[in-house]
Design a protein around this ligand. Sequence first.
Ligand code: ATP
Length: 306
Amino acid sequence: MIQLYQPLNFMGMVYREIKQAIIDIEKMFNVLSRNPEIKDVEGAAPLVVSAGNVRFEDVRFAYDPERPILKGLSFEVPAGKTVAIVGPSGAGKSTISRLLFRLYDVSNGKILIDGQDIRNVTQASLRASIGMVPQDTVLFNDTIRYNIRYGRWDAGDAEVEEAAQLAQIDSFIRNSPKGYETQVGERGLKLSGGEKQRVAIARTVLKAPPILVLDEATSALDSHTEHEIQEALERVSRGRTSLVIAHRLSTIIGADEIIVLDQGRIAERGTHVRLLAAGGLYASMWNRQREAEAAREKLAQIDDGN
Ligand code: ATP
């Protein structure tokens, strides 16, 4: 009986491993899921990033032709600068990052990187030049080291750890049961939204792309985590062209330009100080967030008092 049990047990183990591997591959395909309509044009050349200037020229876009989402957007992210996109939920902010990554093609207008229309370059070269820190980072059922190395497979252990330090996740990892060898994912350590986002930042540090797109998580983070993430981002975006899709205005105060999107159009643009002084949509969003934060802090104080 035991003789029979052992191979069965072993087969069970193999089966579980294979199943896990399939789940990982599925996840990876989800991450890489491509819109089949997006194809490289014949003879597409690789993107050549010289300075890293990003331009949207009269970009229009609709997922469904009946419902336009972006209605003629023009803006520029000058090389090495940070531009933030803010606006009410559903305004089309994340759509902008998907278009830059060419998960969809624009319906009208164009997106240029250093003067090259992104529809004319190979998708592989475009995506290799853009570091994407998405809202929801997919983690693999593997060690935390593997999950960070995903940013660049040939990175050495020391480089992985340096990237984690820059992303402010190193001490969290060192305090985990097996340090960098700790398993994460369904069977291992579960990471919070903020921790996952820092893993994504560490991956981006390893990838070291000339252009960075950060799609900030919508979920509210506690102010300590938010501060850590913001610091990590400031470090990685230094000297890189950065487009930040922001949900919390406090994270983009220092942006070179803030674009306020409303119903698919640019409603206002300028620096934080100028927009506040203008007393428009941005100023009212800012005041509302401030009030919400104050209310949250008050509630936390009451909770602490009990
Ligand atoms: P939030 O702040 O809530 O993240 P957002 O400004 O980033 O919102 P988008 O995610 O760009 O908004 O979505 C803009 C609009 O497009 C929304 O009304 C959304 O429902 C719609 N939309 C988004 N993705 C798709 C899709 N794949 N197919 C059809 N409609 C979509």
